[in-house]
Design a binder for this molecule. Structure first.
Ligand code: GLN
Length: 336
């Protein structure tokens, strides 16, 4: 890990403001209408049950840190959270172990390789490196508090439910479908075990990870979950503290470099915000101090990222002034 020695330095925040309520509503509707007719990409089919989804579904929701919700399309349709869960389980594990320990145990660097890469483990002497792809995420789930696998699973479910502000439940059909075809994730867990990176029952560990991926959410849930990370760890709808501001900062830093698999660089170039995608077509994108965007559309690009989800997010990043790298010498940030 980089030794930056900031012990004792006062931690200030760097944030801005969203446009007015009505302006957000208009921009969300506009982002939906611009992209609704786009049929690009293909639905994931390596988990058989995911192939059965209606590909025309498309929903977006912006949750602001004041608890306001701005939706368009199928923002209340449930789908399985899949890899988007990695962001929130990572936050829960950071809350348990802290910055230095999680950095050491899992790592915080992008692998530049596909989400289910085995090579990424081999190239790094068995170190999983990136908590936002399967190897690092399975190693992260292993660190969840709980004396038994059943307790760890319950802590994953309740922890993610606190982010969402409602009790999340598992989609049994998707869980069974993935469990029956999960050989690759089981191989990844066994490889991590062979390097001593995880201990105990690796098949049971993958079972929890598969359950975690099978939790049902909506685009609105993702927006609220993301807005909790944008709001220093307080769910802006329930007002419950879920994690600390430092955990949010650390989690968003990892999403910024690794949230969109091997396309994370392109994502940052176009959208300029931390985000996390999943193979069922969900994407959460976080604007620190402002709010978050949940998007759902099942057709994916070749890296497994929702095509319309990325396009709608890119439009909103621009029209709502969210890109963290955007500044203007004219100072138009005051003109909202
Ligand atoms: N459950 C999926 C898997 O492990 C999640 C992958 C993803 O969303 N990219 O294969």
């Amino acid at each position: 890990m980089l030794d930056t020695n900031t012990d004792g330095v006062d931690q200030r925040v760097s944030t801005g403001e969203l446009p007015s309520w009505q302006r957000i509503d208009e921009r969300v509707t506009e982002a939906y209408e611009r992209n609704v007719a786009d049929e690009g990409g293909r639905v994931a089919d390596y988990i058989p049950e995911l192939a059965a989804v209606d590909p025309s579904q498309f929903g977006i929701c912006v949750a602001d840190v004041g608890g306001g919700l701005h939706s368009a399309g199928d923002a209340d349709v449930e789908f399985t959270i899949q890899s988007v869960s990695k962001a929130f389980v990572y936050a829960l594990v950071c809350a348990e172990f802290g910055h230095d320990e999680v950095g050491r145990l899992v790592g915080v660097n992008n692998t530049g390789l596909a989400f289910n890469s085995v090579m990424a483990i081999e190239l790094n002497d068995g170190h999983p490196m990136n908590p936002m792809v399967n190897a690092g995420a399975i190693a992260t789930t292993a660190l969840m508090p709980g004396a038994t696998l059943a307790e760890k699973w319950e802590n994953v479910r309740t922890g993610l439910s606190e982010f969402a502000g409602r009790q999340l439940t598992m989609d049994g059909d998707v869980y069974r479908s993935e469990s029956e075809t999960n050989t690759r994730n089981e191989a990844i867990a066994k490889l991590l075990k062979s390097y001593g990176r995880v201990t105990g029952d690796s098949t049971g560990l993958v079972d929890i990870y598969t359950r975690q991926c099978s939790l049902r959410v909506t685009a609105q849930d993702l927006a609220i979950m993301g807005a909790t990370l944008a709001d220093g760890g307080v769910n802006p709808v329930t007002k419950q503290r879920v994690v600390s501001p430092i955990v949010c900062r650390d989690t968003l830093a990892v999403l910024a470099t690794s949230g969109l698999y091997e396309r994370s660089g392109e994502w940052m170039f176009e959208i300029g915000l931390p985000g996390k995608s999943g193979v069922s077509g969900g994407i959460v994108t976080v604007a620190p101090g402002k709010g978050a965007l949940g998007a759902f559309s099942p057709r994916l690009d070749s890296a497994g990222n929702s095509v319309r989800g990325q396009k709608a997010t890119a439009a909103l990043s621009r029209s709502l002034g969210l890109n963290i790298f955007a500044s203007d010498s004219e100072g138009d940030r005051h003109d909202v």
